[in-house]
Design a protein around this ligand. Sequence first.
Ligand code: ADP
Length: 671
Amino acid sequence: MNDASGPPSELPDHSSGSANDAGIGLAPEAHLLHIVGRMAHLGAWSLSLPRRELIWGASALRIFEAPEHHAPSVEALLDFVAPVHRDRVAEALQRCIEWGDTLDEQYRALTVTGREVWVHTLAEAVRDEQGHIVRVDGVCKDITEQKLAEVALQESEARFRSLVEGVERVSVQGYDSARRVIFWNKASERLYGYTREEAIGQQLEDLIIPPEMRELVIEGTRQWLEAGVVSVPAEELVLRHKNGSPVPVYSSHTMQRSASGEAQLYCVDVDLSERVQAEALRHQLEGQLREAQKLEAMGTMVGGIAHDFNNVLGAILANVMLAREALPADHLAQSHLGLIAKGGQRARSMVQQILAFSRRQAQELRVVNLQKQVQESLALLQAGLPPQVALGLKQGDPSLCVLADPAQLQQVLMNLCTNAQQALPAGGGRVELSLERVRLRSSPHEPGPDLPDGDYALLTVADNGCGMDAKTRLRIFEPFFTTKPTGQGTGLGLSVVHGIVLAHRGAITVHSVPGAGTRFQIYLPLVDAVADPSSEWGALQAASGQEQGLHIVYVDDDEVLRLTVESLLRRVGYRVTLCSSADQALAEVMVPGAGIALLVTDYNMPGRNGLELAQMLSQLRPLLPVLLSSGYFSDEMHAQALRLGVRGLLHKERLLEELVDKVREVLQTAA
Ligand code: ADP
């Protein structure tokens, strides 16, 4: 209860000056208050109004770090208040003085030493018996520590909030005890598609919970909220986006209490969609890799089989040819043999296609006269064409020579012409080839084939068939791409053509108009013409008289090949000794007076292989020329053969076609 009898007893009587720190000279009641003030960091002051006289207690002086006996004026009292709060405090004091309102203010203040402190002041007006306000008594408390802690807490809360708000890819949602959304951060907007405005106030189960989880979630969260604890560990869940799509998340939950003690559930969901997508992609790639490995293994296997088939077919064809020669032209069996030869050739071209595709066919580059090559291929093709199809070389150039593998060139022509013919309508049509010389100069205005500048042979194969649309045209060089019915198209033809042309440092382009026809153009780099090499089957002409009767040893463990080679060589006048192993050949060679002019050996044989045989011969018979044949030549085999002085390498696939030529070549240089 205030009364107007005098200032509060902790304060010194105005007449006796301010209290000292120890409280010496105070009445017992005033002394107790003095102790309370010190303990609670409370300071007291009293403003006597008529005189506007201000009295400070010792604790108040301590709060403001003022020296003992400091006695500021009323105006100076307000100077302690920091400028930002000064007007507010001055107004409150004025209301207290004039109207008797209680002053209850917290403000920042500056101590005498200039330090900033927070002060809470509570002051009340004291009236005299007539009700006039005669004094204001106040208590002030240093609340700096409390204020700083509050500010720190606010800052930390703000920081935490902005962290949770802004964190990317981690959705944080808060739900009240009725599972209504009370918090929804940015990541939640992105992850689930609902804006904060849309989400706040909605039920958890209506927003992101898929229908099948609804009951479970309602029951589970109800139990957690009742118990105040979450009873499941973090787990991977598939929740639901606003658009209904699944959202894979790693979800953890925690309970909080609001200021009023209400349980709140917070969910923290980490977006797993990238991981899930990456896993799906990995799965897909693994599948593709497995497919690719399977295809590669199949390719190797098919290549191996095709290789053996090719050799078998070579032997059949050579023997058919020998048989036809041995029989009179009008013999009944001639037409049957002719059919066998035709079938065999078709089979062989198919097998060679597979070989080229599985890259097992060796590329043997030599100078090839293109016109001759085209004419040879056309002759082969024309034989099997129906009469309503016109196939021919419209324009030629006999001077064009390219560095090429003749067998592969033939394959290119066969594939292109077969496709062209198949594109013709049932009533027939035209397939025209032309050969010309072109000079390529890169020009930004004229898009041409992607080739270095230079002189090229341009081979065109044009038909007036069905043509192709743009979609088909884009894919024709892909392996296994075909528009033909199963059994008619393999989709390998053009990919083989493409591979061969590129391997010859050339380029292929295609122009096609649906319904009007197609034109393939092949560019091959030109080389200077040299002596025209004889064509492959042309090698089966009689050898020149000089080498007639020379003795040749042929070594191979394959009996069919041995016998076929014997016939081919005998046919052109050589004497032949056949051996089935290296050891047998060595024995043969060492027979005194055997007079052997050349030894041809296969590489792959049981016991000593062809190179080992060549090595022994290089010591025992260093002057005897040796030819080596093999289905495959590694770089190492090449190098070793060179070291041992082997005179030539024969690819087994074309052994029968090339043998006679090669034998003659070696014998001529040896002679
Ligand atoms: P395949 O002939 O076994 O289908 P290719 O690789 O040789 O395989 O050809 C692929 C596809 O290209 C063919 O199925 C066909 O649709 C198209 N094509 C090739 N040449 C021609 C052409 N001259 N005229 C029209 N379409 C062609």
